[in-house]
Ligand binder design. Structure first.
Ligand SMILES: [Zn+2]
Length: 172
């Protein structure tokens, strides 16, 4: 069905890199770290988690912030450290990678589905015409109310079918 979230090429590359990692157990632990603003979505599914490098007793976690200045990043960093330390990794370092810039194309298909279930319209792949799907009724007949929704990274829409207002996760 055309209205369901799709897997982008970027996501496929990201998944391959994760599959080839030498420390799958650390990636699995980090799947419990979520975005404080959207607690249903993990930093992996959000496309924030880039790499995990384990060297002797030291673990380096590489993340890319979503929208610049997103206040959630500090909290995410602390959650990563807390989660790994609780699992026995005592030397954890979080590195922020700013280039290439985060893109909504890095969000996993599952993450987009979780956004919809949470009541937020997921971002359209950047190469597609913006098609906003109402998370309540899946209609694409809707109108933009405001470029800024509950946070700067979301826009506010109103569905012309079910008349519900909802947030759309802007694609970048
Ligand atoms: Zn609707």
């Amino acid at each position: 069905m055309a209205l369901l979230p799709v897997t982008t090429h970027d996501q496929l590359i990201r998944s391959k890199a994760r599959e080839n990692s030498l420390c799958p157990q650390i990636w699995a632990l980090l799947d419990t770290v979520t975005d404080p603003e959207i607690p249903v979505i993990s930093i992996w599914d959000l496309g924030v988690l880039q790499d995990v490098i384990e060297q002797a007793s030291r673990v380096e976690v590489v993340i890319t912030p979503t929208y610049s200045g997103c206040p959630a990043m500090r909290e995410i960093e602390q959650d990563i450290c807390k989660t790994l330390k609780r699992a026995g990794y005592s030397h954890v370092e979080v590195t922020t990678r700013l280039s290439p810039a985060w893109s909504t194309d890095w969000m996993s298909k599952q993450g987009k589905q979780q956004l919809m279930d949470f009541g937020i319209a997921p971002p359209t792949p950047t190469w597609q015409v913006r098609k906003v799907i109402c998370p309540q009724c899946a209609s694409t007949d809707n109108s933009l109310i405001s470029e800024f929704g509950s946070t700067a990274c979301k826009a506010l829409y109103k569905c012309n079918d079910c008349l519900e207002a909802f947030d759309y996760f802007k694609c970048i």
